[in-house]
Design a protein around this ligand. Sequence first.
Ligand SMILES: Cc1ncc(COP(=O)(O)O)c(C=O)c1O
Length: 344
Amino acid sequence: MEKPHIEKIDWKNLPFGYIKTDHNIRCYYKDGKWGELEITSKEHLDIHIAATCLHYGQQAFEGMKAFMGKDGKIRLFRWQENAKRMIRSAEGIHMAPVPEELFKKAVVKAVLTNKQFVPPHGTGAALYIRPLLLGTGAQVGVKPSAEYMFLVFVTPVGPYFKEGFNPVNIAIVRDSDRAAPLGTGHIKVGGNYAASLRGIITAVNAGCGSPMYLDAKEKRYIDEIGAANFFGIKNNTYITPKSDSILPSITNDSVMAIAEDMGLKVERRPVPVDELESFDEAGACGTAAIIAPIGEVHDLETGKTIKFSKDGKAGPVSTSIYSRLIGIQFGDEKDKFGWTEIIG
Ligand SMILES: Cc1ncc(COP(=O)(O)O)c(C=O)c1O
């Protein structure tokens, strides 16, 4: 096996991409029960040609991070929420759910057996953790698999947007939908991401970092921003969409608690796209992006542009929330919410 060259990794300039690490963790569900965790250095799977994950999209995944503290300790951020969401995703498309404790054991093993890939404190980078659940049993008719594979791999990552914590431009797309009103938008299954690719390419072709999806039914309300939730700030209030077809973001949930703690009012409600102009600040939040301030929103249909950042910088409220969140994640600030767990 080709060994990764840790000494060659430029921690401060890591992209958000895949870098090979030493190990990944696997576990198999057969005859109605989960087996033991296995550790491997293989990067490929040997999978049945008729596996339901390949044909019928029977798969779900999670995205979370481990952070290196100044104290040299590795912290997981709110892993229980990711475990619970993966159970909801599994149940949402009739897969065998991964029990919370098994999820944790696999995640911890994946991180600790790749300890040297956790980016050093102060680089701004983190170890991205990707739990993945696949229907592996052979079916030709459309029905749930009887067998599953649970896998966890990790990879060190830098900022999701090349802009880092600088304003990113967003394009409102109206010619494709990421999720149907009664579909699977609220769970983290691969099909949603396949459906989102058209919007992503449209946004990128328009020179933007990410698409803004509107509600599929009326195209009146903001749903979300690529792989992140949307928020807007005005009148000392943090406002974020309530919709059945968006992914309940763990980052957004944390940001809402921080905002409230900072004395802001928090509103989770349908947000009409027409309200965009009234916000003083706007942003996107998610594990990968953490918080990405929005510079401009381009409506590709009307040609209208709404500007949030006049000086090319993030607004003061977004900046304060961001600092507190990363302070907690990296262990630089007191974790009054009890969100982090030291694992090594
Ligand atoms: C579609 C979508 N929305 C929002 C998020 C943000 O969720 P979280 O903060 O839990 O990472 C993600 C990323 O997981 C996502 O893929």
